[in-house]
Write a protein that binds this ligand. Structure first.
Ligand code: B12
Length: 133
């Protein structure tokens, strides 16, 4: 199965000049959660890629062609961008959308308005909330 993890980033932080500044000042640390979960799924035999919008543009047109599952890792600050991307995935492909992370853990019902499934707590073990649609 082709699984893609995305950590979205707000519009301001997607500005090339902001990204360049981040590289100079060393803010572009990779986010640990998706890397851990991606590693587990990779060892289980899946084709996994992990992207962070903070660090560079993501070629969604290419990914939408053959991705089975989009996994969004969300904080409150990037939730609106995650919802925008999730809606775009549902509109343009038949891929499943799963959300997790701090914001999804606190407000799973809000996330379920845009995701097929929300995982609260640690992705390795915690509970799943499914969309009724
Ligand atoms: C370390 C850290 C950082 C580091 C990250 C470095 C790194 N290598 O990961 C740095 C300094 C870069 C950082 C930056 C920011 N952070 Co920070 N950070 C943390 C901190 C202290 C720990 C996060 C962590 O790594 N946890 C360990 C990993 C393994 O756990 P995790 O990320 O939660 O992921 C697990 C689950 O959430 C879940 N999961 C996560 N994603 C997904 C996705 C799917 C699909 C699934 C199924 C599950 C899943 O499974 C994962 C594995 O168990 C938390 C506080 C905390 N105690 O959680 C704040 C925290 C997450 N950060 C926060 C904030 C606000 C930010 C910034 C927006 C701050 C800013 N103004 O710039 C930025 C955003 C950076 C970005 N790239 O967008 C807030 C988020 C609040 C909120 N309501 O969403 C927190 C909660 C701190 C706080 N209390 O305010 N942060």
């Amino acid at each position: 199965m082709k699984i893609v993890f995305i950590t979205p980033t707000t519009a301001l932080r997607r500005f090339p000049i902001y990204r360049a500044g981040g590289k100079i000042y060393g803010q572009s640390n990779s986010i640990t959660g998706p890397l851990i979960l991606g590693g587990i799924l990779k060892r289980a035999g899946h084709d996994v890629s992990v992207y962070e919008e903070l660090n560079g543009g993501v070629n969604y047109r290419k990914l939408l062609k053959d991705t089975d599952v989009f996994c969004f890792s969300i904080m409150t600050s990037n939730a609106l961008r995650a919802y925008e991307l999730a809606d775009m995935v549902h509109e343009k492909s038949s891929a499943r959308v799963i959300m997790g992370g701090m914001h999804a853990t606190v407000l799973p019902e809000e996330c379920l308005e845009h995701a097929d499934q929300v995982i609260t707590g640690e992705g390795e073990k915690d509970s799943a909330h499914d969309s009724q649609q």
